[in-house]
Design a protein. Structure first.
Length: 369
């Protein structure tokens, strides 16, 4: 990797350009980065007739990391199956960059635990990571219909399981670095019923001794779904195949209750660039108003620093700065006055409503402190 990391920036549509511009300001406070801004999504359809040009894909593959805002919006909604759609850019990137692992951390900021649909005593201390296999399993197997009968085939090879297991063990190791708790991977499957799950469990177990510093346990997916809501704070890294991971990562995301706070990373082979983006969409309803919450994108940049650029200390600085501004009571409108939040703790500071720029300035001030 070059000394000055080369980051392809894909602001995208809707609030994407606002939150990505805010994020490069935050990154600039941490060091030098060389940005290459490109079009992807609806804006690329307008300019080139396609959501992702070959040239942009090539630039992404040659970068050290890719930072994405969000794509889509009513302008490009269509029922014509032949018309280009913004999401095709996302799929093209995943495929073209070989991104087979999706990482979604769930760590409700202490100041926002009241936004969780769970009781505070259940959610407090939750800091988990869902690692989902992204390119195999039932979503990509043979499917078809014969009259009243339909089928979807789930298929995994040992090699596909091994590489995602390694991603999970390595992520656990990175998260555990510098902490006194032993990192743990919980592998999720349905090995009591499915043959692919038995292969999954066998391969994950075989890979585990290469990571003797990481504990491994196995959970059946139905049990995992229950435990995620009954004792979320006890999980560290959860690894699951595509379908189970899709469902569990959304269940885990809801634990925070705040869409504007959730980052994600998609990773490929070791050494290849990853793609880092907030979980939320392009929020066309608030685009251009200066009120978008940039924090999920800041936290995505933290994932980029930790998992993509090997700069864990800088990642922690961003995460701590985000926690600090929330603890001071700063809230973008999506976080302010959550109707499901219990009455504020009498000792907690008053909430102050801020826009994207003020929130960014506050994070920058924390980083400078
Ligand atoms: P959305 O996530 O864009 O918005 C859902 C609600 O959450 C909206 O009320 C929005 O204002 C709010 N919201 C989302 N992010 C916010 C933020 N950072 N700050 C403040 N409020 C925020 O989902 P949607 O409305 O279903 O989709 C809008 C468009 O985004 C669609 O075109 C959809 O296809 C696209 N989309 C893109 C991605 C992506 O780029 N990865 C993901 C999901 C949806």
């Amino acid at each position: 990797m070059s000394e000055t990391p080369r980051i392809v920036v894909l602001p995208g549509d809707g609030i994407g350009p606002e939150i990505v511009a805010a994020t490069t300001r935050v990154l600039d406070a941490l060091g030098q980065f060389a940005y290459e801004e490109r079009l992807m999504g609806g804006c690329s359809i307008d300019a080139h007739g396609t959501a992702l040009t070959d040239e942009v894909l090539t630039a992404c593959k040659a970068a050290d990391a890719v930072l994405l805002g969000a794509v889509g919006g009513p302008k490009w909604d269509t029922t014509n199956p032949d018309a280009p759609r913004p999401e095709q850019g996302l799929l093209g990137l995943r495929k073209g960059m070989g991104l087979y692992a999706n990482l979604r951390p769930v760590r409700p900021s202490p100041a926002l635990v009241g936004a969780s649909p769970l009781r505070q005593d259940r959610i407090a201390g939750t800091d988990l990571l869902v690692v989902r296999e992204l390119t195999g399993g039932i979503y990509f197997g043979d499917s078809g219909r014969d009259g009243d009968v339909a089928h979807d085939t789930c298929e995994y090879s040992a090699a596909e399981v091994e590489r995602i297991a390694r991603t999970a063990f390595e992520a656990a190791r990175r998260r555990g670095a510098g902490s006194d708790r032993k990192p743990r991977v919980t592998s999720v499957d349905k090995a009591n019923v499915l043959e692919t799950s038995r292969l999954w469990r066998e391969v994950v177990t075989r890979v585990a001794p290469d990571y003797a510093d990481v504990e491994l346990d196995h959970l059946l997916v139905d049990n995992a779904a229950m435990q995620l809501v009954s004792r979320p704070a006890e999980f560290d890294v959860i690894v699951a195949e595509n379908l189970f991971g899709d469902i569990l990562s959304d269940e885990a995301a809801m634990l925070t209750g705040s869409l504007g706070m959730l980052p994600s990373a998609s990773l490929g082979a070791a050494g290849d660039p990853g793609l880092f983006e907030p979980v939320h969409g392009s929020a066309p309803d608030i685009a251009g108003q200066g009120v978008a919450n940039p924090l999920a994108t800041f936290l995505s940049a933290a994932l980029m620093l930790r998992h993509g650029l090997g700069r864990a200390a800088d990642a922690e600085r961003i995460e701590a700065a985000v926690d600090a501004v929330l603890a001071r009571g700063l809230r973008t409108p999506d976080l302010a006055g959550d109707p499901v939040a219990p009455a504020s703790d009498p000792g907690s500071p008053e909430e102050t409503r801020v826009g994207t720029e003020e929130m960014t300035d506050a994070v920058l001030a924390e980083l400078a402190a």
